[in-house]
Design a protein around this ligand. Structure first.
Ligand SMILES: Cc1cc2nc3c(=O)[nH]c(=O)nc-3n(C[C@H](O)[C@H](O)[C@H](O)COP(=O)(O)OP(=O)(O)OC[C@H]3O[C@@H](n4cnc5c(N)ncnc54)[C@H](O)[C@@H]3O)c2cc1C
Length: 447
């Protein structure tokens, strides 16, 4: 198989040095134990992707597509004896200013794409907190969300066209550059969020928007996280903020330990909202926070101050990772159930004596309880695993989902089955079998 790869690819696109291959085994779900791949391929073109996939298909070898490896669910972790295909060299971007679209290769980082769009006075909204380090291909394959998605939509809302290399080496072109297109099934949406299990995304045509107005930021502190949850439901039922993020006491403490922001250490939760619509929106958010029992509400038009608060929110995961191993949840519930979810998470953490800092894209009802434990302590690990499972069960019981944006990966397969039920799971498996009959694409993950 290695000889066939060497014959099919330029020498610098094939890596077999074990020290370098090692760096491609894990993603950011460090609790997932990955396999050892035989080789890493680093194609630059769609034709090279096709060549690598064709070799994998011919030899029946697993192929894991990897963007920037920032996934939090073990989706890009390596498989024993397989090929890891890294898109890191596929980074071109072409912007059509008149059409307000861009055509990009998948390895382009989200931040690089945003910068290229901004240089033309345009904006690509989807903004995962990891935007500086994650790739557009990874964003597409997980249907990534982010902070401004509550108002501006998630990755799939920006996809006009995709180019995909299938498991048999064929190249599909789905959709195109037109804003409206209802010809046939919307197959491109099948690939968005498919986590590398159905094909390798090699190019995407994405919509852009005009730059947004400078937002007003509202920061509210609460004595109790459930009160903050009630503020979220009140805000989301009346206006559409451009961001509505929650950090509970443990999340605030984790950030304060690394980068002191001056948060009151006794707070139960901080809600950070941004609004970029009519001026009444800021006062409506502030009023909803006060009505829900906020201890303090600060409104600021200062762009730098607002960005600092958002940066603090983005830093929570890396700060919590310094406390130990972390099982990162990504549960989502209908907005009116937000207070119930945050209460349920607090109860699970208490019952299992586990530290679970909570952050969330609260305006989307999407939360990341960060189940933290000492990896050297087996008892702590078992309690953390139990808490991790129970939080997903709680989300499902509230009519929610086990993953709002990070994807199923290796971490949540069992819970996916509970959420989908037998019929949807059966159809899902048939789609997988139709597109990847040998099961070589990202095997052993959620399908
Ligand atoms: C600190 C931190 C904060 C984060 N915040 C957010 C957030 O706010 N919102 C959010 O949605 N996510 C967030 N994430 C998770 C992660 O960054 C996203 O899931 C991101 O979309 C993954 O991109 P990646 O390039 O790193 O993909 P990878 O981790 O490399 O891969 C992710 C999945 O996509 C598949 N894949 C990658 N490229 C392709 C391709 N070209 N074709 C087919 N399949 C492919 C992989 O097989 C894998 O299943 C965060 C991560 C970190 C570390």
């Amino acid at each position: 198989m290695l000889e066939a790869l060497a014959a099919a690819l330029p020498a610098d696109a094939l890596v077999t040095d074990p020290d370098i291959v090692e760096g491609y085994r894990y993603d950011r779900a460090m609790t997932v134990v990955p396999g050892k791949p035989l080789a890493v391929v680093r194609p630059s073109t769609t034709a090279q992707v096709q060549a690598a996939v064709a070799v994998a298909a011919e030899h029946g070898v697993p192929l894991v597509t990897r963007g920037a490896g920032t996934g939090l669910s073990g989706g890009a972790t390596a498989v024993d004896g397989g090929i890891t295909l890294s898109t890191e060299r596929m980074r071109s971007v072409t912007i059509d200013r008149a059409a307000m679209t861009a055509t990009v290769q998948p390895g382009l980082l989200n931040a690089e794409f945003k910068a290229a769009a901004r240089a033309q006075g345009l904006w690509y909204p989807p903004d995962p907190s990891s935007f500086e380090i994650c790739s557009i291909g990874g964003n597409l394959a997980t249907n990534a969300g982010g902070l401004c998605c509550v108002k501006y939509g998630v990755t799939t809302d920006y996809v006009l066209g995709l180019e995909v290399v299938l498991a048999d080496g064929r190249v599909l072109r789905l959709g195109g550059r037109t804003v409206k297109d209802v010809a046939g099934y919307d197959l491109k949406r099948l690939f968005v969020g498919s986590e590398g299990t159905l094909g390798v995304i090699t190019e995407a045509t994405l919509r852009l928007r005009p730059l947004p107005p400078v937002p007003t930021t509202i920061a509210a502190t609460f004595a109790d996280v459930v009160d903050a949850g009630h503020a979220v439901t009140a805000i989301a039922s009346s206006i559409r903020p451009s961001a509505l993020e929650l950090m509970d006491a443990a999340a605030v403490a984790a950030v304060e330990r690394v980068k002191p922001m001056g948060f009151d250490p006794s707070v139960g939760a901080v809600l950070i909202a941004q609004v970029d619509g009519p001026p009444e929106e800021a006062s409506a958010v502030a009023a909803a926070c006060r009505a829900a029992g906020a201890v303090d509400v600060v409104v600021s038009d200062d762009e730098i101050e607002g960005e600092l608060l958002m940066t603090a929110r983005r830093m929570v995961i890396p700060c919590v990772e310094r406390l130990g191993a972390v099982l990162i949840e990504d549960v989502g519930v209908p907005i009116p159930r937000v207070p119930d979810l945050v209460a349920a998470v607090a109860a699970v953490a208490k019952r299992h004596h586990v530290l679970v800092p909570v952050i969330g894209h609260a305006g989307d009802g999407n939360f990341h309880p960060l189940v933290t434990f000492d990896p050297a302590d087996d008892d702590a690990r078992a309690r953390a695993m139990a808490a991790f499972d129970e939080i997903m069960d709680a989300a499902l019981a509230l009519g929610g989902t086990v993953t709002g944006e990070h994807g199923v990966g290796s971490l949540k397969a069992r819970h996916l089955a509970s959420q989908l039920g037998p019929d949807v799971l059966d159809i899902t498996r048939r789609i997988k079998a139709a597109l990847d009959p040998q099961g070589i694409l990202n095997p052993g993950k959620w399908i």
